[in-house]
Design a protein around this ligand. Structure first.
Ligand code: ZN
Length: 428
């Protein structure tokens, strides 16, 4: 099949502007939860987003399917239906009171690519599967990549029994309520054999201001960090009277503060050596029911997420952390209880896909910045199973996971142009 020229590709993608604006608007209405939007995973918000996207896919005549984890598959059939497929996808859930674009942009980009192929009258050499992934945001179940790992049969043991932090209901319960089959997942079912995926492409808004600063609309991902997480850690000290001299105290809050400052110093040291990492205490508190103005806190609670792009950096960070904790326990006569630990491996992007996307951007005359992802993405779950992955980041002002995410349709369509150019150069 003859590939269309870059100008035709550009015009075809630009003609999707109205349809894409309408879809983003509908998703915003579906998820409205002032301030911002909430698409709670395996709940009403995510369900409405799935319904909206499904309707758009039906209108395009795509094949609609679901798996045991209730992920959504919208397939444009290719010429060889048994060839390993191209998956273009992202997640349709959001954090509570988040923005409209984190996740959804990647799913809509997939729809824009297949709609453009249809407009051009092109049938790809293999199926293109647009995937609406469930439950990527780990703030709800405190487990990462539930939908994508569910599709690959790689959910960690125990994941189906965790409870959503707001509803208190188990993941099993939530999946069943949304038409999935948690018992099949528990028995190890999977939708995808990773060898049957030729490539996985994800477009996502950037979650740092690098593209805004560089004045560029699109970035290409150089890597996705792995993480080590302790969702429910706490420090055991001893509750005491406010007048107790320092040397007699077992002050859990001061121990927590010292620990956080030591981890931040470790991060600053990595920054100075140009080794990217991040360290976040999302929860950091005494128990307000037990503690108050005149009480030395006997317990201090925190969550910790440490991330880096390299397995050995992550391992070294955990080692250092152990040393820091030992020191604080001795000096302050407290005990750390780190509780459950989860981890996800760093993901490497595929060199051939990256080169293909760079070439495609050149053909579309769109300049791209190379950036490491500061955040975790479903692409990493596919990468962990040996699938070749690539990611494009779209400029986004004001950060993500908040109501003020700002992605322009123009920037979004730049990303779609690159994706479509790559698809027609690779899969015709
Ligand atoms: Zn996201």
């Amino acid at each position: 099949m003859d590939a269309p020229d870059p100008q035709t590709i550009r015009a075809t993608v630009q003609a999707q502007r109205g349809a894409m604006d309408a879809l983003f608007d509908q998703l915003r209405k579906d998820g409205l939860d002032e301030p911002g939007i909430s698409r709670d995973p395996y709940g009403a918000g995510e369900q409405r987003a799935h319904a909206t996207v499904t309707e758009a896919a039906r209108a395009l005549g795509l094949e609609i399917g679901h798996d045991d984890a209730a992920n959504l598959y919208m397939t444009l059939p290719g010429r060889d239906r048994s060839a390993p497929v191209l998956v273009i996808g992202s997640h349709l859930d959001s954090v509570p009171h988040g923005g409209n674009f984190d996740g959804a942009a990647g799913v809509l980009a997939g729809l824009a690519v297949v709609a453009s192929l249809q407009t051009l009258g092109l049938t790809p050499d293999r199926d293109i599967v647009v995937m609406g992934i469930r439950a990527e945001e780990s703030v709800w179940f405190q487990v990462s990549y539930i939908g994508s790992r569910g599709s690959l049969g790689t959910l960690p043991g125990g994941a189906l029994d965790v409870r959503r932090v707001d509803t208190g209901r188990t993941l099993t319960d939530h999946i069943a309520a949304c038409g999935g089959n948690p018992e099949a997942l528990r028995a190890g079912s999977r939708h995808f054999d990773p060898t049957h995926i030729y490539a996985y492409l994800e477009l996502h808004i950037e979650q740092a201001p690098s593209l805004v600063e560089a004045d560029l609309s699109v970035g290409i991902c150089t890597g996705i960090p792995g993480n080590v997480r302790y969702p429910d850690a706490w420090i055991e000290g001893r509750q005491d009277h406010v007048g107790l001299p320092r040397q007699f105290r077992h002050d859990a809050a001061m121990a927590g503060a010292e620990f956080a400052m030591a981890m931040d110093a470790l991060w600053a040291d990595h920054d100075a050596r140009d080794i990217p990492m991040a360290c976040t205490f999302g929860r950091f508190h005494t128990d307000p029911a037990a503690h108050g103005l005149t009480i030395v806190p006997g317990a201090f609670h925190f969550s910790l997420d440490v991330r880096a792009y390299n397995e050995s950096v992550l391992a070294a960070l955990e080692d250092s952390m152990g040393g820091i904790i030992d020191g604080i326990e001795q000096r302050r006569a407290v005990r750390f209880h780190l509780g459950s630990r989860t981890s996800a491996a760093p993901a490497r992007v595929d060199a051939a896909i990256t080169a293909g996307l760079v070439t495609a951007a050149g053909r579309q005359s769109i300049s791209m910045l190379q950036i490491g992802s500061p955040a975790s993405h479903d692409a990493a779950a596919f990468g962990a199973e040996g699938v070749a992955i690539g990611m494009l980041f779209i400029r986004n002002e004001n950060g993500s996971h908040n109501p003020n995410e700002t992605m322009t349709t123009g920037d979004f369509l730049d990303g779609v142009q690159i994706a479509l150019q790559w698809v027609v150069s690779t899969f015709l």
